[in-house]
Design a binder for this molecule. Structure first.
Ligand code: RB5
Length: 148
């Protein structure tokens, strides 16, 4: 499984933690930065390339990180094939896959601890989309598909 990951300065530590965890469980990683400590950057510069990579089908899933998770999710959801979910615990991660077939999770670095970050990441990657009624619902997300 190939995972694309990108963050701004708020996610530097968690991004490296996630990369170590994913590498250990056999995933391949495409790291779009940011990776320096002690310097502030603009989150769009790192989230756009990550989302674009997933949108083009070059990665199975994406993980994006900023302070609140909101700016990163807003960017990723501009891409046609992206369903990015703002996720703050493992139950939300589970439902983001199960019901929304999310292909990117957006993590709020300023509001999560190390254990929560790893629990969320693992849950996101091991949970399958339920399909059925949720397939109909996600088909209505694109604005051009609604009203039908
Ligand atoms: C950076 O301070 C912060 O604005 C950014 O990480 C993010 O929370 C934006 O949505």
């Amino acid at each position: 499984m190939l995972i694309a990951i990108g963050s701004d300065h708020t996610g530097v530590y968690y991004k490296s933690l996630i990369i170590s965890f994913l590498t250990k469980i056999g995933c391949k990683i495409k790291d779009f930065g940011f990776s320096e400590h002690g310097k502030a950057v603009d989150y769009p510069d790192f989230i756009h390339p990550t989302a674009e990579f997933v949108n083009e089908g070059k990665a199975d899933f994406g993980i994006i990180i900023c302070g609140t998770g909101n700016g990163a999710a807003m960017i990723a959801n501009k891409y046609k094939k992206i369903r990015a979910a703002l996720v703050w615990n493992k139950e939300v991660a589970f439902l983001a896959r199960k019901h929304n077939d999310a292909n990117i999770i957006s993590l709020p670095a300023r509001f999560l601890d190390k254990n929560e970050i790893l629990e969320i990441t693992e849950t996101f990657l091991i949970t399958n989309f339920e399909g059925g009624r949720h397939k109909i619902r996600i088909s209505k997300i694109p604005i051009q598909n609604y009203p039908q």
